[in-house]
Write a protein that binds this ligand. Structure first.
Ligand SMILES: Cc1cc2nc3c(=O)[nH]c(=O)nc-3n(C[C@H](O)[C@H](O)[C@H](O)COP(=O)(O)O)c2cc1C
Length: 308
């Protein structure tokens, strides 16, 4: 059975994954946190926590609230910063066989470009995922992802600053995600990942105050799956670059739906909080499905639900 997939066919390094399953940024730390729970080298790739130029403490607590079929988070990009990541995480990643994708975020186009420049050529880093979709920071973040022009500008700047494959992560908090996807693809994105979280909130009726310290947060988990799936379907009809589907994937059947809608690979996020083995369970479920359905190659599943 062939589950391998090339996510950056036009890039000179390429981004060849042994299988299409990876964790979603921010839900899997730096990979190391999950090593004792299962063999993370079995995954197609690892995507690390969103990384900024300087370390960040993130937003005030509470930062995570459970909702019906999902969670609201307002972590606010707490992270160790790019220098520590290069010094302390990348050398270990370089010993791994699974490729590591570094998720980056900034407040200005120049931040993204500088991050990409610093990560270029670092052993242990196989690709960059550009987060233009974080709803939980005051400046930058999702602002870039809501406008096709701004999204294209960030993408072009990152592409110019690095030879690594560049994935651009899109926000659902926009009126037309397909137009943004087309803009970033035209600006040179090797692939697009979608979706990030939906902006939302919850109120503590006893205290009469918002439950999150940041007032608003991002909704993720099974609650968003049908909308995420629809957006992947829409974007798959609009761009030629590979799509990484994300949003509420908990079980293998969810992942297969995204692949059938047009995703070449998928990310498992919130599901890892309830079941830390979720990514590998999803992988095994995909393998079982393909065996049962006598499908030899993952490529034969991609976008099948789109065909007449
Ligand atoms: C606690 C938490 C932290 C997250 N941090 C990031 C991040 O740093 N960068 C990013 O691009 N997405 C981040 N996300 C969004 C996820 O990567 C993913 O796009 C989203 O949660 C939808 O997938 P899911 O429903 O499977 O969780 C975060 C999500 C959660 C729940």
């Amino acid at each position: 059975m062939n589950l391998s997939i090339e996510l950056a066919p036009k890039n000179r390094h390429g981004l060849l994954l042994a299988n299409p399953v990876m964790p979603a940024s921010g839900t899997f730390g730096y990979g190391t946190e999950y090593c004792h729970l299962f063999d993370i080298q079995r995954l197609g790739a690892i995507v690390c926590k969103g990384t900024t130029l300087e370390p960040r403490d993130g937003n005030p607590q509470p930062r995570l609230v459970e909702t019906a079929s999902g969670v609201l988070n307002s972590i606010g990009l707490q992270n160790i910063g790019v220098n520590t990541l290069i010094k302390e995480k990348a050398p270990l990643w370089a010993t791994w066989q699974v490729p590591v994708i570094v998720n980056i975020a900034g407040e200005a186009v120049s931040d993204y470009a500088q991050l990409a420049r610093e990560l270029d050529g670092v052993a242990g880093i196989s690709a960059i995922e550009v987060n233009i979709s974080c709803p939980n920071i005051k400046a930058g973040g999702a602002e870039f992802g809501t406008s096709p022009k701004a999204a294209a500008e960030v993408t072009a700047a990152v592409k110019q600053a690095t030879s690594l494959p560049v994935l651009v992560k899109l926000t659902p908090n926009t009126s037309d995600i397909a137009t943004v996807a087309v803009a970033v693809a035209e600006a040179g994105a090797d692939a697009v990942s979608l979706i990030n979280t939906f902006k939302g909130m919850a109120i503590d009726v006893t205290n009469r105050r918002p439950l999150l310290g940041n007032i608003t947060g991002g909704l993720s988990g099974p609650a968003i799956k049908p909308v995420a799936l629809y957006m992947v379907y829409e974007v798959a009809g609009a761009v030629q670059v590979p799509i990484i589907g994300c949003g509420g994937i908990t079980a293998a059947t969810d992942a297969i739906e995204f692949i059938m809608a047009g995703a070449s690979a998928i990310q498992v996020g919130t599901a890892s909080f309830a079941n830390p083995r979720a990514p590998v369970d999803v992988l095994e479920g995909i393998e079982q499905f393909m065996e049962k359905e006598k499908i030899d190659s993952l490529a034969d599943l991609i976008g099948v639900a789109r065909r007449q």
